[in-house]
Design a binder for this molecule. Structure first.
Ligand code: CTP
Length: 396
């Protein structure tokens, strides 16, 4: 079993302090050992008992409490932490650390911590814009501290602007990404396509394929967490745009082709999980087509096979395709692998239950150009992505 990693979360006093409860809860669900340090002012907003119950560890507040066991607590927590996050981080804690002040449990622990320390600021928009705060942030960045920038929106005080704590889901995912143990794609450029493409018929109608984008987005996140520079070219999808990737939103086959083509040369690995529309209406109507009592037929014309075009353009890139099949899965997938000049193809049977479209799970077979077959059991799409890169990296 993997040893549990420890995250120390420093909670400072602001209206967003309550959101730190959700961060703790999310990190616990991801199986981290979570320790909370609160500043005195944070305890005015949320009770330590809430943090204690969620983290299942004692909460540290005052430096001069009698220790339960003999250890100098700010040093022991600083040593225990594989990572520290300060969320929400007030202008006060940012200013203190930037200026070398260590006068309470949190600031002394940050000062003593040799693991990565991340600040997630949240404060009034004018405070955040204040050049003193901005200078302090710059200074801390120079020393290697990382920041999860606040979002814009309506703040508790009624002002509108930058200063809202980033979504707790994103903060938890960011920390998870930093602590991901595999970093074997560092320096590599990976391009992933995801989701469906649309072929418009008229201003309100279109033809499309079934695709949630979940497989492609999982691949993009796996590559990002392993250290790659990721470009995600995505057709319409309801999924959150993953942080830390270059995101190119497209709609039609042509837009997807152009986005991939203009980024193709610098890529090391290209994975095409998008469900691209193969046909488009022969003629697009600028006006909404009116119904009549008669049947209607639509003339379709072939659109580009993007992957096949990439297969022709390929130089040193590793090119990976997907094959969604409803029968003769292996034969069809192998045919596509050779026809499209791929290095790997990920084949799945779209008729199998609880996997494939919209589901969080998938069951795939990965076939290499030299005939190696890796049949994987049913697993999450994220685990499929992990296995896919494991297989690709063994070859490159
Ligand atoms: N693909 C593509 N452009 C298309 C169609 C598919 O780039 N116009 C890519 C998909 O992203 C996927 C792979 O080709 O990686 C296989 O897609 P699939 O629809 O299963 O295969 P097709 O080549 O369209 O074959 P068929 O319709 O015969 O199943």
């Amino acid at each position: 079993m993997k040893e549990k990693k420890s995250i120390v979360i420093g909670v400072t006093g602001g209206i967003a302090s309550y959101k730190a409860l959700d961060i703790v809860s999310r990190l616990k669900k991801k199986n981290y050992d979570v320790h909370v340090i609160m500043t005195e002012s944070a305890t005015k907003f949320v009770t330590p008992l809430s943090f204690q119950s969620l983290s299942q560890n004692m909460v540290t507040i005052d430096m001069f409490n009698e220790p339960k066991v003999f250890e100098i607590q700010h040093i022991s927590l600083a040593k225990k932490a594989d990572l520290m996050i300060i969320a929400p981080a007030t202008a006060n804690i940012i200013g203190k650390v930037a200026n070398g002040i260590a006068d309470d449990m949190l600031s002394t622990t940050i000062m003593a911590c040799k693991s990565p320390v991340v600040f997630a600021p949240a404060m009034n928009t004018n405070m955040y814009a204040n050049p003193i705060v901005q200078d302090n942030i710059k200074k801390l960045k120079k020393y290697g501290y990382e920041f999860i920038n606040p979002k814009s929106g309506r703040l508790a005080c009624g002002d509108v602007g930058e200063g809202k704590l980033e979504d707790t889901e994103i903060i938890a995912e960011f920390l998870d990404s930093k602590l991901y143990s595999k970093k074997d794609l560092k320096g590599k450029n990976v391009l992933v396509t995801a989701g469906p493409t649309l072929a418009p018929i008229d201003p309100v109608r279109f033809i499309t394929n079934k695709s949630s984008g979940k497989m492609g987005y999982s691949i993009a996140k796996e590559a990002r967490d392993r250290g790659a520079n990721v470009t995600l070219v995505s057709g319409p999808s309801n999924l959150e745009v993953p942080f830390g990737v270059e995101f190119l939103k497209v709609s039609t086959n042509e837009e997807m082709f152009n986005a991939v083509k203009s980024n193709f040369d610098q890529q090391d690995i290209i994975i095409k999980s998008a469900a691209v529309a193969d046909f488009k209406p022969k003629e697009y109507s600028n006006h909404k087509i009116k119904k009549t009592e008669d049947d209607m037929s639509l003339k379709l014309t072939r659109d580009k096979d993007i992957l096949k075009e990439l297969g022709k353009m390929k130089t040193n890139q590793v090119l990976v395709g997907f094959a969604a099949e409803s029968r003769d899965v292996f034969e069809n997938a192998k045919g596509k692998l050779h026809r499209k000049n791929l290095d790997y193809i990920v084949a799945n049977n779209i008729l199998s239950k609880d996997t494939g479209f919209a589901s969080n799970d998938n069951m795939v077979t990965i076939i290499s150009k030299d005939g190696k077959i890796n049949s994987l059991p049913k697993m999450t799409k994220r685990e499929v992505a992990e296995n896919l890169f494991d297989i690709i990296l063994k070859k490159i």
